[in-house]
Design a protein around this ligand. Structure first.
Ligand code: DX5
Ligand code: ZN
Length: 222
């Protein structure tokens, strides 16, 4: 599997009236994946996109559409996000009692299965899920909003890296990733870096080269 470092801009920090152009701009500027944050106003205190919006994003995404569900329950919506075209669908381990079944259902629907861990949740919560998952998302903020301060989870990342061993499982970091924090998480074993504010800051679809410079600054730091 590809353990090279991948940058996944979160379109939570994009212009909400212009998603198609924003997605094309970040991909043209070298984004490896596109990260889509789905929030339900219940599991997290914010609301974003449903499956219809995600389906509308799909034709604009040429790389990998990485959909992060911050919703509970998850299972009733898995097929809708498969139809919307998610490549990776990530559910939180805290979102319900049956994460094992949820991961099986995500794979059965034809997607890569991700599992996310809130800052307060230990690495051991995924110990029995390692063969059912393609990606572990380590939250380095409490989910719900972009632009929050990075929480140091490097010890957890190191533990997960050891637990994963040779399995083809990505470690994704989500929250507060910027040129200062990216080297810490990469050194600990992460390979997918979600970044919202640190990629979109200062740029726009009329000035997409700023997105490119912001991503280059993250890459240069690691
Ligand atoms: C937070 C989301 C993140 C968020 C990251 O709940 O899951 O993907 O957009 O934003 P930054 O990079 O600004 O912390
Ligand atoms: Zn996210």
């Amino acid at each position: 599997m590809d353990r090279s470092i991948k940058i996944a801009p979160s379109i939570l920090s994009a212009d909400f009236a212009n998603f198609g152009a924003e997605i094309r701009a970040i991909e043209d500027q070298g984004a490896d994946w596109v990260h889509v944050d789905v929030m339900d106003g219940h599991f997290v205190p914010n609301l974003t996109f449903g499956p219809m919006a995600v389906k509308a994003f799909r034709p604009h995404v040429k790389t990998v559409m990485d959909v992060h569900l911050m919703i509970a329950p998850v299972d009733p919506y898995i097929d809708a996000y498969a139809e919307a075209g998610a490549d990776v669908l990530t559910a939180h381990v805290e979102a319900g009692p049956h994460i094992h079944r949820t991961l099986q259902a995500i794979r059965a629907a034809g997607m890569k299965a991700g599992v996310a861990l809130n800052p307060g949740t230990p690495a051991e919560a995924v110990a029995h899920l390692l063969d059912l998952t393609d990606l572990i998302c380590v939250m380095t903020v409490n989910p719900g909003f972009g632009g929050q301060k990075f929480l140091d989870m490097t010890a957890k990342i190191r533990t997960l890296r050891q637990m994963i061993g040779d399995r083809p499982v990505h470690i994704e970091i989500d929250g507060g990733v910027d040129p200062t924090t990216a080297p810490l998480v990469v050194e600990a074993g992460a390979d997918v870096l979600v970044a919202g504010s640190a990629v979109f800051r200062g740029g726009s679809v009329d000035q997409p080269e700023i997105y490119g410079q912001n991503m280059a600054a993250i890459r240069a730091a690691i």
